[in-house]
Design a protein around this ligand. Structure first.
Ligand SMILES: Cc1ncc(COP(=O)(O)O)c(C=O)c1O
Length: 387
């Protein structure tokens, strides 16, 4: 079987049989002419099926190493569809640190339908075991938690899943398949926010669920048609094209991020740096075992204690040359400086954020494809406001 880098380019696609076109077809039609009265056709209506979306779904399954994929209009829409397969009274176990949008979705939407959850420290099997109830339906994890970038030990979780019979739902947004394939650890369902590394160019908002469980897949296909939170053909097209350069983007971002993490670590105005590629990061050994081709483009750091005014000066200064952009999200060609306190984790209560180390002086950098030395110059200039 081909290596993942090759599948990332060719998986799920072949040149058009009539014209030989190499780029995928972008088919925007909403409806399809039905070939014959009384007969069910493969293509009927855009909410249920679309050929460009079909290629993307085939590609997503191929790059994850099997199964079937279902694409939705965002990563959170994908999570929503997974939660819609649960019944009132069902329970989830999540890591203490998880994307704030997931918690917002569970607290503000699914709590009304009787879905409950417990957050535990996933480095302790004992804690996870204690949280299990007869209604626990998934260990719902992020392979690299955000924003402390702590890897969850997938091998250890696989053993626990086998022992307890509780399936693993793995959000692999921070670890795309050129880095980690969750099916290698028997994950039952993979969640991807296509908006990040997969599409990679800040121009797609999308999500997907990938599973080898065919009954679950059929249920998700039904939800795709019934709920209708589908990804548009244009975004599917851009996602397919974006995925093809995933491996080189990942590798380049990882190289630059390591260099930048080392620079930040040595800077006197930085209180702490979190990057799984740093030897002193608490999850470095696990990251080394389960992440390939680098540790990704995201580096989190905390500045020395700062006032609101100082933080504002830092953010203004860092953007002065238009190279680093203050904004949410990650994994785009442009380097982004995010502020988890009000952005990705803004939905969490202040005391929870403090406990997770998401203080007011905490930032998350998503390293883009610029020259790493240029980025270091911008960071140096930003940090000069403290001298
Ligand atoms: C780990 C993780 N999962 C899911 C999502 C949601 O993805 P989307 O923004 O595509 O809805 C995000 C968004 O930042 C994320 O970081």
């Amino acid at each position: 079987m081909s290596k993942v880098e090759t599948i990332i380019v060719h998986g799920g696609e072949k040149p058009d049989p009539i014209t030989g076109a190499v780029a995928p077809p972008l088919i925007r039609t909403k409806t399809f002419k039905q070939p014959e009265f009384g007969k069910k056709a493969e293509w009927e209506y855009g909410r249920a099926q679309n050929p460009t979306r079909h290629i993307l779904e085939e590609k997503l399954a191929a790059i994850e190493g099997g199964g079937k994929a279902v694409a939705f209009s965002s990563g959170l829409a994908a999570e929503t569809m997974l939660f819609l397969t649960l019944e009132a009274g069902d329970h989830l176990i999540l890591p203490k640190e998880v994307y704030g949008g997931t918690i917002r979705l569970l607290n503000n939407v699914f709590s009304k339908y009787g879905i409950t959850y417990t957050q535990v420290d996933f480095s302790s099997k004992q804690e996870i075991r204690k949280a299990i109830t007869p209604r626990t339906k998934y260990f719902f994890i992020e392979a690299l938690t955000n924003p402390s970038l702590t890897p969850i030990d997938l091998k250890s979780l696989q053993d626990l899943s086998k022992e307890t019979g509780i399936p693993v739902a793995a959000d692999m947004t921070f670890c795309p398949p050129c880095c980690t394939r969750a099916f290698d650890y028997n994950a039952d369902i993979i969640i991807q926010s296509i908006s990040k590394y997969l599409s990679g160019h800040n121009d797609v908002l999308g999500g997907a669920l990938i599973t080898k469980d065919l009954a679950l897949y059929e249920r998700l296909k039904l939800l795709q048609k019934a709920v209708g939170a589908v990804l548009s053909p244009d975004e599917c097209y851009r996602a397919i094209q974006g995925i093809k350069t995933l491996s080189i983007r990942w590798q380049r971002m990882s190289e630059s991020a390591l260099k930048i993490a080392q620079f930040l670590e040595s800077h006197s105005k930085i209180k702490k740096v979190l990057y799984p590629g740093l030897e002193n990061h608490k999850g470095h050994e696990i990251a080394k075992n389960q992440m390939r081709n680098g540790f990704g483009g995201v580096v989190s750091f905390e500045l020395i204690s700062s006032t609101h005014e100082k933080l504002k000066q830092f953010v203004d200064k860092i953007q002065e040359n238009g190279i680093i952009i203050y904004g949410e999200s990650l994994a785009s060609p442009e380097t982004l400086l995010a502020y988890p306190y009000t952005m990705s984790h803004g939905a969490l209560p202040a005391e929870v954020k403090e406990k997770l180390g998401i203080t007011r002086s905490f930032f998350r950098l998503s390293i883009g494809l610029e020259n790493a030395d240029d980025l270091i110059k911008e960071l140096e200039a930003g940090l000069e406001i403290y001298s």
